[in-house]
Every structure is written in structure tokens, then in C-alpha cells.
Design a protein. Structure first.
Lengths: 269, 114
């Protein structure tokens, strides 16, 4: 965080910082993350969650891969165990928030109009409309899109990316930015594997590992109740970890290779 | 297609820095963009005039320095070049690697007209 002492100038970028310029112009070295404003708001949101002991998860996927169905099944299974809340993101309609509220869980719908992703400011605005008292887990269901949501920090602690078996098993290779951002990948609608002979879960996992991802691949069907126990166990272990962090005064961002981030921490002011 | 949002962030930061330096205009804006940043340089270039119109950066030339993708292997320690969807160690082939370059989305340098 330093534009004044020059500590963000590294051997790799020094030639840019001090590049010779024409008369009448002067060069300024900046090295700012272009989404710094969004990141500041996201940090504020994350503090808001941490002070209330809430675990916040960002669900991302293509449209129609089963994010809302996964939430419905999760609410039915866990609503007596934890207090849940949901922020829904779509271009239009209250439909998804209505589905969540019908299950007895508070939900706020963000309609983005034409924006293809949620950003930290939209989530902050939504927080003013949602009673978070006593909430254990807040799910943010992002706009269905495998591209843009991956670039915007919302203040969440973990990213969950869904891949349904009606899509291609090489999706992680086609959308590396999105799948690299996942802390857990859910392979959804596995009950349909019996009638889909062209989707190989092993190939999907191999494409995911090619991205240097160590995220767990959870294979499940929310509609048929297959493989759900591993998903619920993942949620429980993440909530336990979040409570331990809060007790220790720590927080966490989605783990896109934290060591890598540290390595270029100087460049990413 | 969130390049317009990124351009608006870019223009806001550029205008702030130009004001801090009492600049009359911005000649060149240099960005570092890696393939794993999620931003497409060609779309950024086409969105930039829309975001910059009417600001001190309106006539600026946008220069984008593409960044290579590089990984460091946790197993053998080698630093090697990789591709966006194959982040494996170039020496031993292990997937336990960490990205050391390729996800940059940085405003690196401004040439201000003073």
C-alpha cells in the first residue's frame, strides 16, 4: 500500500516506472489494481460479516446449472442446524428470491438490469435490506455467467463454482479464470450421468487439476438427494473454520493460491 | 463483458492521479494485464474512449503490456512458463504449482502532460 516510498517498484517493473518521457510530459509510477475501489468495498463487506461471525459463500456457475436448487435442498436439510440467508443476483425478476423465501429463509434479490455480474457495492446495498442478526451462513448466488463474476471480490470468504453434467466436461479448461477461483467445485445433476454418455467426471477433474487447483470436487444431485452429505460436511467445516478465525481476530479471502498473491503482493498495491 | 466497469475504474484512478499531480492532460496510460486476470485487452481498448470521454484522460493513448503466465512448482521448485488452462510445472509436470505471473490487472504508469 505505498505510492510514496517506491516499495512497489520491483526488479520486474522498474523499467516501466522510470521510462524516459518526452519534454512536457512526466511519468508517474502507480501500480494500482484497477479494481481497487471494488476491493475496498469488498474488504468493508468482509469486516461486516466477520464482526457478526457470518460465513459468506459466493456461488458462481453458468445459468441453469442448479445454484438455486442446491440452495433449496441445503435450506431443507440445514435450516434447523444453522440460520441461513441468501442474496440472489439476476438481471431481472424476483423469482429466485421467492423460491428461497418459500423455504422460510430471508432472501434479498439484486436485479442488475443488464450487468453480467455482482460487485461489492451491489452486495453492500443488499446488506442494508437483509436482517443478518444471528445468521450463520450467507449465500450470495451470483449472476449465472462463467466469465465476469470471477473478477469481482464481493467480500465473501469462499467461492463455490458449480458445473452441471449437462455442460461439457472440459468447461474448466475453457473458463480457467472462473474455475481457478473456486475453493470448492460442485459437479451438479449427477443423476443425469446415466443418460449422458459424453460427460466424464474424471475428465472434468483432470481439467480442474490442470489449473493447479486443489479444490474438492463434490459430485451431487440436489434434486435426487445424491452426494449431499459431503457438501453439508464441507459447509460445516468451513463454518467451524470461520468461527475459529473470528475468535482469533483473523479473516480469509477466497484462496486463489494465497502464496502466489503474497509473491506479487508488492505489485498488487 | 465487464470491461466497461474496469475502464471506469481505470479512468477514475487516472483522473485522481492527474489531479494530484496538477496535470493538464494524460498522454499515455500503461496497463499490465495477464491472461488470467479475466479482462480482454481488445475489449478494454474499445471501451476506453466511452469511459474517458469528457475527462482529463480523454485523449490518452492506452498501452497494454501483455504478461506471460508463469508458475512455481511446489514439488521441484522450478519456475516455468505455462498457459492459462494448463498451469502445470514445465519440468516435472506436477499440478501443485503457484501462479507467480499472469493474473495482473494493474495500472502501471501514466505519462502526464504538465
Amino acid at each position: 500500500m505505498c505510492d510514496s516510498c517506491g516499495c512497489n517498484v520491483t526488479p520486474g517493473n522498474r523499467h516501466l516506472a522510470y521510462k524516459p518521457v518526452n519534454g512536457g510530459t512526466s511519468a508517474v509510477s502507480v501500480l494500482k489494481k484497477l479494481l481497487a475501489h471494488n476491493d475496498d468495498q469488498a474488504a468493508h463487506n468482509r469486516t461486516h460479516f466477520d464482526t457478526r461471525g457470518i460465513l459468506t459463500l459466493n456461488l458462481m456457475s453458468s445459468p441453469g446449472s442448479g445454484k438455486t436448487a442446491l440452495l433449496e435442498a441445503t435450506i431443507d436439510a440445514l435450516k434447523d442446524e444453522f440460520r441461513l440467508a441468501v442474496i440472489e443476483g439476476d438481471l431481472e425478476t424476483e423469482n429466485d428470491a421467492a423460491r428461497i423465501r418459500a423455504r422460510g429463509v430471508p432472501a434479498y434479490q439484486i436485479t442488475t438490469g443488464s450487468a453480467c455480474h455482482l460487485d461489492a457495492h451491489m452486495v453492500h446495498e443488499a446488506l442494508h435490506h437483509l436482517d443478518l442478526a444471528g445468521v450463520d451462513i450467507l449465500f450470495i448466488e451470483n449472476v449465472g455467467n462463467l466469465v465476469c463474476p470471477a473478477s469481482f471480490d464481493l467480500g465473501q470468504h469462499r467461492n463455490v463454482t458449480l458445473l452441471s453434467v449437462t455442460e461439457g466436461d472440459d468447461k474448466p479448461a475453457k473458463y480457467p479464470v472462473m474455475f481457478r477461483a473456486a475453493d470448492a467445485v460442485v459437479l451438479s445433476k449427477i443423476d443425469l450421468l446415466a443418460v449422458l454418455d459424453d460427460f466424464d467426471p474424471a475428465r472434468a477433474e483432470s481439467c480442474l487439476r490442470d489449473l493447479a487447483s486443489t479444490a474438492p470436487l463434490l459430485q451431487l444431485s440436489a434434486r435426487k438427494g445424491l452426494g449431499m452429505a459431503a457438501w453439508y460436511d464441507w459447509l460445516r467445516s468451513e463454518l467451524t473454520a470461520q468461527r475459529a478465525r473470528v475468535a482469533a481476530g483473523q479473516t480469509v479471502k477466497p484462496a486463489i493460491q494465497p502464496d502466489g498473491a503474497e509473491i506479487h503482493a508488492h505489485a498488487e498495491v | 463483458m465487464h470491461e466497461l466497469a474496469v475502464c471506469q475504474a481505470l479512468v477514475n484512478q487516472t483522473v485522481d492521479i492527474a489531479l494530484q499531480n496538477a496535470a493538464q492532460g494524460v498522454a499515455v496510460i500503461t496497463l499490465h494485464i495477464g491472461p488470467l486476470s479475466g479482462v480482454e485487452p481488445a475489449l478494454l481498448v474499445s471501451a476506453f474512449p466511452l469511459a474517458a470521454a469528457g475527462t482529463v484522460a480523454a485523449d490518452a493513448q492506452l498501452v497494454i503490456m501483455p504478461q506471460p503466465v508463469r508458475v512455481r512448482c511446489r514439488t521441484c521448485g522450478a519456475d516455468t512458463e505455462a498457459t492459462p488452462n494448463r498451469l502445470l510445472c514445465g519440468i516435472c509436470g506436477d499440478y501443485h504449482t503457484q501462479l507467480i505471473a499472469g493474473d495482473e490487472l494493474l495500472l502501471a504508469n501514466l505519462e502526464l502532460i504538465t
